[in-house]
Design a protein around this ligand. Sequence first.
Ligand code: ZN
Length: 76
Amino acid sequence: MSKLLVFLLVLFAIYWVRRLLTKPKTPPPAGPTAREPQASMRMLSCRRCGVHVPESEGVQRGGDFYCCEEHARGGH
Ligand SMILES: [Zn+2]
């Protein structure tokens, strides 16, 4: 019977030590990346119609920005 008790004590000790070793992780404070908008979310205005669209959704053509492929093709 005492063997079982020792076994349980050892199990508990291992559990306790592991709990001490694994410290609770605190969420990191919001970094600078959380505040500044990502490059893909920059709003640019279409050269043709002037509508503002996210840079990732528009079309870059010849240094100019267009809201869609059609306006980029239509050009000036
Ligand atoms: Zn446009």
